[in-house]
Each structure stands twice: as structure tokens, then as C-alpha cells.
Design a protein. Structure first.
Length: 289
């Protein structure tokens, strides 16, 4: 669905712009994220045209967004900054959709195990929590078109950017992964590597920066967000050809008008560059073809 996702498939080597700095407070757009902590929204460079409202939200004047509570400051899809303001690609994208229909966004945190069915339960209009499209999810949820392709990637220190670029090049090196998905990726694709598994991305990246490990393998979004905010490290290789998952919004099956509005908005944002601006805000990279 996303123009950026398609572009990534054609590029094998990615370098984070060392001079980039990330702002944990999203720029205000035409609509704000109403969470009591401030506004969140897409960048104002590309205007979002307001169109007629074609669906009935739960609460007049706003789209209610359920997201899973997260204490991870390195989650580029949803986070709160020190002032309690929401940011992240999913938050900004939902805000852009709301803006397109003259609405604001109200964010409500829900337990992660309940997030997919929260719209069906009447808790919110849409849900977003790095939700993977599941064709066997059952009758309690429908998914929007995808807005992000997730895949594993390799993060190394700048000095190793020219040499540690493949799984094969990591032989004999200290490699860090996240427990669960990272361990499974290594088991399936490089079982001979010796790895150390970490509980969270913050610990994984701290180990890389302190030279406890030579490389960090985790999903591209987490690595890119870290490299963009810290600088001095590069994402040298992505592994999307070894498997991807697709992130989308979750809605109640009966919310067909809202589903259509979300999908039309995603398509519009890909055409106008709104999605690209939101994407670059968190993952801006220079590609080397």
C-alpha cells in the first residue's frame, strides 16, 4: 500500500542521515490527538484537504483510537514524550485521517491482548498497536489496507558499516537480537550464528553502543528510529526478502463506512505525499541503490 514500503523492496543498503534529529512531539496538523497532553499530527508541508464526513464516529467530532499501552520510548509507532504528548507513525497517521474528515483524535490505552477486538466491543472506532494483518483473525475484526511493511534489519556501529552487511559477515561476531521474533529469525535464516537475546530494544541498542555486541538485529522500524535519533550508527542491511509482515488498523466488522474512509485516506496520502512525510519524520533514510 505505502509508497515507502514499495521503495524499500528495491533498496538493499540503507544509511541513516547522521545529521537528523527526531522530535518526540509531533507537529500539529489540522486535527490534534486529544489525550489531554497536547497535539500530535502530520507535518504541515503537505496540506490535507477536508472532505465530507462519510461515516458516523462513536463520539461526535472525533475518532477514538485504541492503542496498547507502551512504556517503550523507542517505539516509533506510538509513544508518549516526557510531557505526556502522543507521537509515532500510527498516531500521526490516524490524526491525518481524522483531519481529512474535519475531526480530531482521542487516544485511549487498552491492554494489548484486547486491542484487536476493542472496536467490536465499542471501546473505540479504530485500533492501532503494530497490528499484523491476520487472515484468520475471526469475525470480531476487520483490517484496513496495510500502511507499513515490517521486516528484520541489521544495525551496526558506523565503523563497521562497510564490512558487517550480511548475515554471513556476522560469523564469529557478537550478535544481539530481541527475544522472540529476533531469535526465530536467526533460527530460520542463520542458525550457526551465536546470539545474545535481549528483553527490549533499549537494552539491545545500549549493548551495541557500549561494544558489548557487534551488531543488532531487530525490525527495521526500531533500528531506523534508534539510528535517526542517536546518529553515528547505520542500518547497513535490511532483510525484507527473508520475510515481511504487514501492519494495519483494526476495525469492527460492522464499520464498513469507516473502513472505506480509512482505506481511501491511506490511498490519498500515498498519492499526495502525506504518508511519506509522516514516514520520514520517524524513519528518514538515505538510500544507496
Amino acid at each position: 500500500m505505502s509508497r515507502r514500503s514499495t521503495a524499500h523492496r528495491t533498496s538493499r543498503v540503507l544509511a541513516i542521515l547522521a545529521t537528523s534529529a527526531i522530535s518526540l512531539t509531533a507537529c500539529g496538523g489540522g486535527g490534534g490527538a486529544d489525550d489531554g497532553g497536547g497535539d500530535s499530527g502530520p507535518a504541515e508541508t503537505t496540506p490535507i484537504d477536508v472532505v465530507d464526513l462519510t461515516f458516523q464516529p462513536m463520539t461526535a467530532g472525533k475518532i477514538t483510537l485504541c492503542t496498547a499501552a507502551t512504556a517503550n520510548p523507542e517505539d516509533p509507532f506510538r509513544f508518549k514524550d516526557a510531557a505526556g504528548k502522543w507521537g509515532g507513525l500510527e498516531i500521526d497517521l490516524a490524526t491525518a485521517i481524522a483531519t481529512r474528515y474535519g475531526l480530531t483524535v482521542e487516544v485511549t490505552e487498552q491492554p494489548v491482548n484486547d486491542i484487536r477486538i476493542a472496536p467490536r466491543a465499542g471501546t473505540c472506532d479504530i485500533a492501532a498497536a503494530s497490528l499484523v494483518i491476520d487472515p484468520e483473525a475471526g469475525e470480531d475484526v476487520v483490517y484496513s489496507d496495510k500502511f507499513f511493511d515490517a521486516y528484520q534489519s541489521l544495525l551496526v556501529r558506523e565503523a563497521d558499516a562497510e564490512t558487517l552487511i550480511t548475515l554471513e559477515s556476522l560469523a564469529g561476531k557478537k550478535v544481539g537480537v530481541l527475544k522472540g521474533a529476533g531469535e526465530e529469525f536467526i533460527t530460520n535464516n542463520a542458525p550457526d550464528l551465536t546470539v545474545e537475546a535481549f528483553e527490549d530494544a533499549a537494552a539491545l541498542h545500549a549493548a551495541l553502543e557500549s561494544s558489548q555486541i557487534d551488531a543488532a538485529i531487530t525490525d527495521f522500524s526500531t533500528n531506523a528510529f534508534r539510528a535517526k535519533s542517536k546518529g553515528g550508527t547505520v542500518v547497513s542491511t535490511t532483510f525484507e526478502d527473508l520475510g515481511t509482515t504487514e501492519y494495519a488498523f483494526a476495525l469492527a466488522p460492522e464499520s464498513q463506512d469507516l473502513l472505506l474512509a480509512v482505506n481511501e485516506s491511506l490511498n490519498e496520502f500515498n498519492s499526495t505525499g502525506v504518508y511519506q512525510e509522516i514516514y520520514d519524520k520517524y524513519f528518514a533514510v538515505a538510500t544507496e541503490e
